[in-house]
Design a protein around this ligand. Structure first.
Ligand code: MN
Length: 328
């Protein structure tokens, strides 16, 4: 598959829309920020309000040729990132930042990745990557896989236990002690997450490549792609030679991300249960006022040094909990 992107004027966009409308090629799909999607023989054309027009499919080059004239900023890129050319790479990054996702991404065979626990004072960060082949999507929908934010913890446990045996995945749990160690070494949370996503995705690729087709990688976006890759500077990124996409709310774009989020959430819930029994009382999720109170209670019972095992120490909650204890 080859892809091409051109940037055109508003006038040209209108002209293109008219043309594809006249040949009956406009289809009923509207990715975020798009004006129209058209499907011709061997090519899907997605036009965005920004003026970017994406051509995808085996006849992409021919299709783009009829529009590709001297207009500025015309960039071509193949479906695979070319690591030898920084110019091509930056055009891909730009396209990704503008959220140029293939309109049929949700039907493809995708490795999705997501993380849980980054905003919770208590508990680990868990990151999962999961591979879902196009022909498995329906099965997972039937099992109730969807955005984990729309599911209760007990629903998540139930669904996770059904999908874990059938979905090739990698799950990483960064427990508090290790997290605090990395954070104290000066690593920010963004970098920690980028490293974990990279590791999880790479493991899934190892697991499935050879016997399964991977159309692309979809990462639930937590920072700009260029920042993400800066965090990974010097690390091996085996999936960078494949099509990769970043999007916020990616759980809603491809079920592989939803499956990854459910697996990550499941692990988080299970780890949290262990911490609860360690504490002997229920630790709250999130990072609000109740968390300050419970952190104070925890310190009172076990001493400040025990916090390193259950909490993300650099959160403001640590200081607030200590202030609460000082007031007593
Ligand atoms: Mn996420």
């Amino acid at each position: 598959m080859s892809n091409a992107v051109i940037t055109v004027s508003n006038h040209k966009l209108t002209e293109m829309k008219k043309y594809y409308d006249s040949i009956g090629a406009i289809i009923d799909a509207k990715p975020q920020g798009s004006i129209f999607v058209a499907k011709t023989n061997g090519c899907t054309i997605t036009a965005y309000k920004s003026g970017k027009v994406l051509f995808q499919g085996k006849n992409a080059q021919e299709e783009v040729a009829q529009w590709n004239n001297s207009e500025a900023d015309n960039q071509l890129f193949s479906g695979k990132a070319d690591t030898s050319s920084t110019k091509k790479k930056s055009s891909i990054t730009k396209a990704l930042e503008k959220n140029l996702l293939p309109y049929n991404l949700s039907e493809m065979s995708i490795i999705g990745s997501d993380e849980v626990g980054t905003g919770d004072y208590f508990g680990p960060i868990t990151v999962a990557a999961a591979y879902v082949a196009g022909d498995q999507i329906k099965r997972l929908q039937e099992l109730g896989v969807k955005d984990s934010k729309d599911l209760t913890d007990s629903q998540i446990v139930k669904i996770a236990e059904q999908i874990i045996p059938i979905v090739p995945h990698s799950l990483l749990i960064l427990r508090n002690e290790k997290y605090n160690e990395l954070e104290q070494k000066g690593m920010n949370q963004g970098k920690i997450k980028a490293l974990l996503h990279n590791q999880a995705i790479s493991k899934v690729i190892d697991r499935v490549s050879g016997d399964s087709q991977i159309d692309g990688i979809l990462i639930d976006q937590f920072c700009q792609p260029d920042v993400f890759f800066r965090y990974l500077n010097g690390k091996e990124i085996p999936w960078k030679t494949k099509n990769y996409y970043f999007s916020t709310k990616a759980e809603r774009i491809h079920i592989a991300v939803a499956a990854a989020s459910i697996i990550a959430r499941y692990a988080f819930v299970k780890e949290f249960e262990k911490l609860n029994s360690l504490a002997g009382f229920e630790l709250p999720k999130g990072a609000g006022e109740i968390v300050d109170k419970k952190a104070a209670e925890f310190i009172e019972r076990f001493g400040e040094e025990a916090l390193v095992k259950v909490a993300k120490l650099h959160f403001a909650n640590t200081e607030k909990a200590k202030q609460l204890l000082n007031k007593r």
